[in-house]
Design a protein around this ligand. Sequence first.
Ligand code: AMP
Ligand code: ZN
Length: 117
Amino acid sequence: MAGEPQDDCLFCKIVAGQIPATIIRETETTVAFRDINPQAPTHVLVIPKVHYANAADLAAAEPEIAADLLRESRAVADGDGLESYRIVFNTGTGAGQTVFHAHAHILGGRGLQWPPG
Ligand code: AMP
Ligand code: ZN
């Protein structure tokens, strides 16, 4: 069923507490944890507890939870004292997506180039 946990999904396992992560925030619908391979002083992933392959699929099926990701992204930035930050949703392998459970990257704490690579 749409949104149900997937046995082979790394982030579903983090949501279920089966794989450790440095969790910094949790709500009824989301979990935020530090990226294991940080690309900036702040590099946090905000994920929905429900499983969708990418952010657009999440927004199509459960728009309120997609909005929760954005609200939580600001809470993460506030928590790390960031005035400026970037939210990235890699979508598809060609854009660097490696985990097919929707997630927002929150990046900050250093100068961020535009356009991104
Ligand atoms: P993406 O490449 O956009 O799919 O992002 C996946 C992100 O998950 C990468 O930045 C990885 O470094 C990160 N990642 C993979 N495994 C873990 C883990 N066990 N805990 C935290 N972050 C992870
Ligand atoms: Zn998942």
